[in-house]
Design a protein around this ligand. Structure first.
Ligand code: ZN
Length: 172
């Protein structure tokens, strides 16, 4: 497993639309292993393939808290089948927008279908942090980053902050 560099805004690759995976193969699994390693190293709770520059519909996630055992989830070609009307608000962050957090409103429950690590179809309802996180990650597959939901002023400020953060990092 390899930790790969995570792309940050305003990298135009993050705006790309990712493509469906035809078949879950050993190569897909190797990519998912790298994504998980990269996510843990960051550290983060979710990562979409495009964040490491691969435009494929793949997401990894682990929502376990510090004291819990890992709860790794892999999503290939995730699709939302249904959403409820009720919205919930979470303070979101993103590995592609380091050190920026803001609130986003999304449906509080979604019915999701995807292929797992072994290419097996899973269909389930997600709620709470899981629902928020999967919607956030699925936005990445459509070229959308959470700061796109914020006002222009906040978005510009976030991008500037990331550029400054990256500059400091490269100088150290
Ligand atoms: Zn993100």
């Amino acid at each position: 497993m390899t930790v790969r560099p995570i792309l940050t805004v305003p990298n135009p690759i993050l705006k790309q639309i990712s493509k469906p995976v035809e078949k879950v193969t050993d190569n897909t699994r190797r990519l998912m292993d790298d994504m998980l390693e990269t996510m843990y190293a960051a550290p983060g709770i979710g990562l979409a393939a495009i964040q490491i520059g691969v435009p494929s519909n793949i997401i990894v996630m682990d929502l376990a808290r510090d004291e819990e055992k890992p709860k790794v989830k892999y999503f290939v070609n995730p699709e939302i089948l249904e959403v409820v009307e009720n919205l919930s608000t979470y303070e979101e962050g993103c590995l592609s927008v380091p050190d920026v957090f803001d609130t986003v409103e999304r449906p509080e429950k979604v019915k999701l279908t995807y292929l797992d690590y072994n290419g097996k179809r899973v269909t389930e309802w997600c709620e709470g942090l899981y629902a928020t996180c999967i919607q956030h990650e699925m936005d990445h597959l459509k070229g959308v980053v959470f700061i796109d939901y914020l006002s222009r002023l906040k978005r510009d400020r976030a991008v500037k902050k990331v550029q400054k953060f990256n500059k400091l990092k490269s100088e150290n």
